[in-house]
Ligand binder design. Structure first.
Ligand SMILES: *[C@@H]1O[C@H](CO)[C@@H](O)[C@H](O)[C@H]1NC(C)=O
Ligand SMILES: *[C@@H]1O[C@H](CO)[C@@H](O)[C@H](O)[C@H]1NC(C)=O
Ligand SMILES: *[C@@H]1O[C@H](CO)[C@@H](O)[C@H](O)[C@H]1NC(C)=O
Length: 409
């Protein structure tokens, strides 16, 4: 414990903490069922095992807060859900999205629906009122894994809740059994909706799949910087020690520069470095897949010895990158106008109870930072105590978070 404390103060600057608002919290998740009978049947036959429902990703659109519940284990009620933000409940029930039926695993012999949802880790909302869903298609990951539908990107129109398009990954996008697609980042502006690109990190296969919405095609990009750091996979969070090999996972996009492209900041989960590449490289298939593009990627800097991050999100107005800090039970910021080093990498939130495993972070259109913490290592390697608060959603404003810190540069 002592060593941890010393390291914390030595490796990153701690900003003024405490502007964090608790929004929701749960001991266990509850869902809105079509009927009481459907719920009791599901409980009886094992289609619903409350302990196995862990929230993981989040994103806000208007009065909806989307919350994903991946099918890590059997008995997940619905993988894609939302919470109406006008709720007065502290532990609201989740409403399946686009509806209940789309979230049900098809029975043997049943054809999956067009808008089928099997298992989702993260979602992203774009400037064109669309919800981008990275559908892994894989159920019961930690038990008896079953690929029910292909890994695909599903895009919903948030104004109608209709599926706009699904793009199935091709064989060349996938690296055998190693591939694990848990995130999707959308590159678009509200004036270029038809020319969107999506970047899907493959944290198990160490690549990025780039999808062009206009061409409805994808290509797979490789780079050494997408791999994990073998010295940084050993982590302890929530009292649980584990060793992970997760490669590229967090990607966040800076503002559009004078060339019309953005900088994509990215990191492997099991790494304390942050890297970048221009979207001009990723979006150009021939360039992106050419080994000569190696030098177009850049090491931005080091985030400290316990700087491993899952998710990241960029605020264009202030030019600040925010990311989760798994081993520090917190959230950090960095302004790319400054060098990425200890003094400029600022811990803006930390809470050794409420921020145990800050799994996802997402900045909404009003520049609120939404944070989801869920004690995932305890869920995977031990067992969560249903008498404790295990899952939390918290919020802070970008401007308050960075006030008086090096991120205001
Ligand atoms: C929230 O908004 C929905 C849709 O407008 C409405 O049906 C519902 O009654 C509202 N709930 C509360 C608690 O105000
Ligand atoms: C994706 O794959 C599924 C299952 O093979 C198939 O039913 C569906 O038509 C495919 N969708 C598209 C858009 O190709
Ligand atoms: C892609 O990159 C290559 C090599 O730099 C360049 O010659 C080509 O014009 C680029 N293509 C597009 C569409 O920008």
């Amino acid at each position: 414990m002592f060593k941890t404390g010393v390291l914390l103060s030595a490796i990153c600057f701690v900003g003024v903490l405490g502007q964090l608002n608790d929004v929701f919290e749960w001991k266990e998740l509850n869902f809105v069922w079509p009927s009481e009978e459907a719920k009791s049947n599901a409980l009886k036959n094992g289609d619903y095992i409350p302990d196995n429902n862990l929230p993981l990703g989040l994103a806000r659109w208007k009065d909806k807060l989307f919350v994903t519940v991946p099918r890590w284990k059997a008995g997940v009620a619905a993988s894609l859900n939302y919470i109406p933000l006008n709720t007065t409940e502290k532990s609201p029930t989740l409403i399946p999205y686009p509806d209940w039926k789309a979230n049900q695993i098809p029975k043997k012999g049943e054809t999956p629906a067009d808008n089928q949802i099997i298992s989702v880790f993260r979602v992203n909302i774009d400037a064109c009122d669309r919800l981008w869903v990275m559908e892994t298609g894989l159920a019961d990951i930690l038990g008896n894994p079953q690929q029910i539908i292909p890994s695909s990107i599903a895009i919903f129109d948030l104004n109608t809740d209709k599926l706009l398009r699904r793009y199935n990954f091709s064989e060349s996008d996938i690296k055998g059994e190693d591939s694990f697609f848990a995130n999707v980042i959308v590159d678009v502006t509200k004036d270029t909706c038809d020319n969107a690109f999506a970047y899907v990190p493959d944290l198990g296969g160490y690549g990025i799949v780039v999808y062009s919405f206009a061409e409805d095609k994808s290509w797979r990009v490789k780079h050494n910087y997408f791999h994990f750091d073998p010295l940084k996979g050993d982590m302890t969070v929530g009292g649980v020690n584990f060793q992970w090999t997760d490669g590229v996972f967090g990607i966040a996009l800076g503002p559009i520069n004078e060339n019309g492209f953005r900088t994509a900041y990215f990191h492997a989960l099991a790494s304390c470095n942050e890297f970048s590449v221009s979207t001009q490289v990723l979006r150009n298939e021939s360039l992106a897949t050419d080994s000569h593009s190696f030098e177009l990627y850049k090491l931005e800097g080091h985030k400290g010895d316990k700087g491993q991050a899952s998710s990241s999100s960029f605020d264009e107005k202030t030019n600040v990158l925010f990311m989760t800090q798994l081993q520090r039970d917190g959230i950090a910021c960095w302004n790319p106008r400054t060098r990425l080093e200890a003094n400029n990498f600022v811990l803006v939130a930390q809470d050794h109870e409420k921020l145990i495993f800050t799994n996802d972070i997402s900045i909404d259109a009003e520049r609120n930072i939404w944070i989801l913490s869920d004690r995932m290592p305890v869920f995977i390697y031990r067992q969560l105590d249903p008498n404790e608060i295990n899952y939390r959603i918290l919020k802070m404003s970008v401007d308050e978070a960075i006030k008086g810190t090096a991120c205001e540069a």
